[in-house]
Design a protein around this ligand. Sequence first.
Ligand SMILES: [Zn+2]
Length: 127
Amino acid sequence: MSRPAKISYLRILRRGLARRCPQCGVGRIFGRWMHVRDRCEHCGLVFEPLEGNSWWFMYYTTGLLTGLFIIAMLLIRPTNMLLGRIVVFVAAIVAIVLTLPIRKGLGLAIDYLSELKSGHRDDIRPQ
Ligand SMILES: [Zn+2]
């Protein structure tokens, strides 16, 4: 097996954040909102050969965001409690739900880096 071409890890992570294929940077990861395509439309990379490879990242980042909101609720004492709760609820929805595709793309890029380092997959050819 030939060694894969050198590619910056930061570039791979940026591709994931942009919801693009971590291998080629051209194909889109998602077909619809949070629906991960089976493979890249450009280079053919299988995004999730084992379903759930990036779940750990989703759990940790959701837990981190939730923890930040809990800390903020403990430190910030609004004068109007109802308004404060509404603001926290809306901010939590925006931070947790609307960032799902971005976090999923980053999780898939991290999984790709892991697969790249392990060298166990033949279809990984960084471009
Ligand atoms: Zn691709």
